[in-house]
Design a protein around this ligand. Structure first.
Ligand SMILES: NC(=O)c1ccc[n+]([C@@H]2O[C@H](COP(=O)([O-])OP(=O)(O)OC[C@H]3O[C@@H](n4cnc5c(N)ncnc54)[C@H](O)[C@@H]3O)[C@@H](O)[C@H]2O)c1
Ligand SMILES: O=P(O)(O)OC[C@@H](O)[C@@H](O)[C@H](O)[C@H](O)CO
Length: 385
C-alpha cells in the first residue's frame, strides 16, 4: 500500500545531493531517501536520519537537515519500494552517470506502475542542457512497451537548472557538508502534472532555456575558465587563481563574450546581466570556500563536448556573427588541462597526442574541420602550448 507521507527519492548523496537538493526537499516537507553507494554514509543516514549543513558565510551558520534516510543502490528491492512510494524522484550523480542509474530507475518505475497510479515527477539536477529529458530517454530504453505507455500518462520529467557552489570536502563527520549561501533551482513548469505541489524555495519557468543557458554560459563557463587558466598558471584553487588580477580579467573577458550572446539571444537587460556576472565572480571568490581547480575543471571531455559550457556558446556566438576570441583561448586552455588523476583529462591528452588536436576538435567537440571556429581553436591551442 502506498504510504500517505510525502516521499522523495534522491539518487546521489554527494555534495549537491546533501548540500542542496536533499536539503531543499527536506525543508519542503518531504521524507527524503538517498539512493547511494557509500556504505558509511548510508549507515549514518539510516541511523541518524539527519545531517548538518554549514553555510560558507561570516558566521558559518549551520542548519540540520531532518527526515532523511538512505538505501544502497544495489539493494534493488528497497530501491524499488522507495520509488513506488515516492511522488518525486531527483538525481545529482553527474550527467555521465545518468545512463547507468537509468536502468535502476526503470526497474523501480516498472514495479511502481503495478502498485501506484499517482503521478511521479523525475527531475535530473545536473549541469547539462535538458538533463531530465536525457534521463527520460535512457529510462525509456529499459521500459517495456506497456510500461512506456503508462509512463507517458503518469510520469513526467521536467527539466531544471541548479546553482549552488559546493566544493569537494572532507570532514570528521562524513555527512557534514559546507555550502555557499546562494542557491537557485529553476524547474520547467510545463512538465508538471495536475496537483504537483511546488518545492519550496525553487523557482518555476514556462520557458527554461534562458535560465539554463544564462547559468551554464556564465557560472559554469566562468568557473571552468578560472580552473583551466588557473591550472596553467599553477594555482591550486579557484580562490587563489582569481586573486591574480590578470587571470580575473581573462575570465571576465570570456563572460563579456558569453554575455553578449545571452543579451542578444534572450534580449536580457545588459546592466542586469553585468550585475549577474559581477555577482557570479564574487561567489567564485568567496573566501570561506576552498574549491580546487581539479574539481572545477573535472571531466574535460564532458566540458568540451558539443552541448556544454564551452563549445555551445562559441558555436552560437559564431552563428550570430559575434566574435569570441577570449572564449576560444579558454577552450585552448581546457585542451591543455592535464590532471593525471582525472580519467577524462588522461584520455583527452592521450587522444590529442596520438591523433592530433584537429582530430580531437572534430571528433570529441563536434566541430568539423571546415568550420571557421575549428582553425581558430587550433591556432589558439598552438599559441598557448
Ligand atoms: N558541486 C557543485 O557545486 C555543483 C553545483 C551545481 C550542479 N552540480 C552538478 O550536480 C551533480 C553532482 O555533482 P556533485 O558535485 O554533487 O558530485 P559528487 O561527486 O559530490 O556527487 C555525486 C554522487 O553521485 C554518486 N554517483 C556517481 N555515479 C553514480 C552511479 N553510477 N550510481 C550511483 N551513484 C553514483 C556518487 O557516489 C556521489 O555520491 C553534477 O551533475 C554536477 O555537475 C554540482
Ligand atoms: O559540476 P561540473 O563538473 O559540471 O562543474 C564544476 C563547477 O563549475 C560546478 O559544480 C559549479 O560549482 C556549480 O555548477 C555551481 O552551481
Amino acid at each position: 500500500m502506498p504510504s500517505k507521507k510525502r516521499k522523495a527519492v534522491h539518487f546521489g548523496a554527494g555534495n549537491i545531493g546533501r548540500g542542496f537538493i536533499g536539503m531543499m526537499l527536506s525543508n519542503s516537507g518531504y521524507e527524503v531517501c538517498f539512493v547511494a553507494r557509500n556504505e558509511t554514509q548510508i549507515e549514518l543516514l539510516q541511523q541518524k536520519k539527519q545531517y548538518t549543513v554549514t553555510y560558507a558565510n561570516e558566521n558559518e551558520d549551520t542548519e540540520i537537515v531532518k527526515n532523511v534516510t538512505a538505501v544502497q543502490i544495489n539493494n534493488r528491492k528497497d530501491v524499488n519500494e522507495h520509488i513506488t512510494e515516492a511522488e518525486l524522484l531527483t538525481t545529482a550523480v553527474g550527467v555521465s552517470a545518468l545512463p547507468s542509474i537509468a536502468k535502476v530507475i526503470a526497474q523501480g518505475i516498472e514495479k511502481r506502475l503495478r502498485h501506484n497510479t499517482r503521478p511521479l515527477h523525475v527531475i535530473a539536477c545536473e549541469n547539462a542542457v535538458g538533463g531530465s529529458s536525457l534521463l527520460k530517454k535512457w529510462v525509456y530504453q529499459h521500459l517495456s512497451a506497456e510500461a512506456r505507455a503508462e509512463a507517458d500518462r503518469l510520469i513526467s520529467f521536467p527539466d531544471s537548472t541548479i546553482d549552488r557552489i559546493v566544493p569537494a570536502q572532507k570532514h570528521e563527520d562524513p555527512l557534514a557538508i559546507k555550502v555557499e549561501p546562494f542557491y537557485e533551482w529553476v524547474i520547467d513548469r510545463s512538465g508538471f502534472q495536475n496537483g504537483f505541489q511546488e518545492i519550496e524555495g525553487a523557482k518555476y519557468a514556462d520557458s527554461l532555456e534562458p535560465f539554463v543557458e544564462r547559468k551554464l554560459f556564465t557560472v559554469n563557463t566562468g568557473h571552468c575558465c578560472a580552473a583551466y587558466f588557473g591550472f596553467l598558471e599553477g594555482f591550486q584553487t579557484i580562490q587563489q587563481a582569481l586573486k591574480d588580477p590578470a587571470l580575473e580579467t581573462k575570465v571576465r573577458q570570456v563572460l563579456e563574450e558569453t554575455g553578449q550572446l545571452l543579451i542578444h539571444k534572450y534580449h536580457l537587460n545588459p546592466a542586469e546581466h553585468r550585475k549577474y556576472i559581477d555577482k557570479t565572480l564574487e561567489r567564485f571568490k568567496n573566501p570561506a570556500i576552498t574549491d580546487k581547480v581539479f574539481r572545477v575543471g573535472r571531466s574535460p571531455l564532458r566540458k568540451l563536448s558539443h552541448n556544454d559550457r564551452l563549445v555551445r556558446p562559441l558555436i552560437q556566438a559564431h552563428e550570430r556573427g559575434l566574435k569570441a576570441p577570449h572564449l576560444t583561448s579558454a577552450i585552448a586552455a581546457a585542451l591543455l588541462f592535464n590532471n593525471e588523476k582525472d580519467p577524462e583529462a588522461v584520455e583527452m591528452q592521450s587522444i590529442i597526442e596520438k591523433k592530433g588536436i584537429s582530430h580531437f576538435i572534430a571528433q570529441r567537440m563536434g566541430i568539423a574541420k571546415n568550420h571557421a571556429v575549428h582553425s581558430e581553436i587550433v591556432a589558439a591551442y598552438e599559441q598557448l602550448k
